[in-house]
Design a protein. Sequence first.
Length: 248
Amino acid sequence: MSDIFDETEENLRADKWVSIVKRALPWVIGVLVAALVITLAIAGYSAWQNNASAKASEVYAAGIESLAKGDKAVAKTKFEEAAKAGNKTYTAMAYQHLAGIALDDKNTPEAIKDLDLAAKATSIPMISDGAALKSAMLAMDTTPYADIEKRLTPLTKEGRPYAALAKEALAMAKLQKGDVKGARSDLQVLSVTLGTPDGVKQRASAFVAAIDSGAVTTAQALVKLPEAPMPVMPQMQPGAQMQQMPAQ
C-alpha cells in the first residue's frame, strides 16, 4: 500500500502541473489580464475624455512606474489613489495590484479584501470573476466551507468565464473539509465534461485516481500547497493605449 501512496504522490507532483489548483489559478488571472487589454484596445477614444478616466490613467501609470522601480510604498499609494479615482476598470486593476502587494507582504487577509473589492468594482465578468475566484482560493484554508461555497457557486454557472475552474476549486474545498465522496463526484464529472479545459481535466483525473487508490491524505495535503504569487498586471503606459480606457 505504501508503494501505491508513493507512486500516486509522485504522479500528482510530476510534469510541472502548475500543479494543484492553487498553483494553476494565477494563470486564470493571466487570462484575465489578456482580456482586459483587449477590452481597453476596443474602447472608444471619447470615453477617455471623461475626467475621472484621465485622472485614473495618470495615477495608475505612476503606480506601475513606481512598482517597476521597486518602490512598493509609493506604488501602493498610487494604486490606492487610482482605485478611488472613479473609473471602474482602473479601480479593478488597481485593487488587483494592491492584492499582489499584500501577498508579497504575506498579508493574505488584506489580499482577499482587495480582490473582493476588485470583483465588485466592475461588471465585466472576465475581470470580476477572475478576482472573485482568486479571492476564494486564498480564503480556502481559513474560511468555513459554507462561505467558500457561497463565494464559488455563482462562478460555476453556465456561461461564466471561469466556470470549470470554479467547479474545480469547489471540489478542492469539499476535499479539504473531508467530503471525499462529494469531491470525487465533482472531479469525475469535470474529467469527462466536454468543453472543460485540458489542464482541469488532467488535474481532476489525477485527483480521482488518488482518491480511488486510497491516497486521500496525499490529495488533501496537495490542496494545501503554498500559494503562488500574484501575476503581474499589464504595465500599460500613458499615451495612446491609456487614452482608450472605457469609462465604466
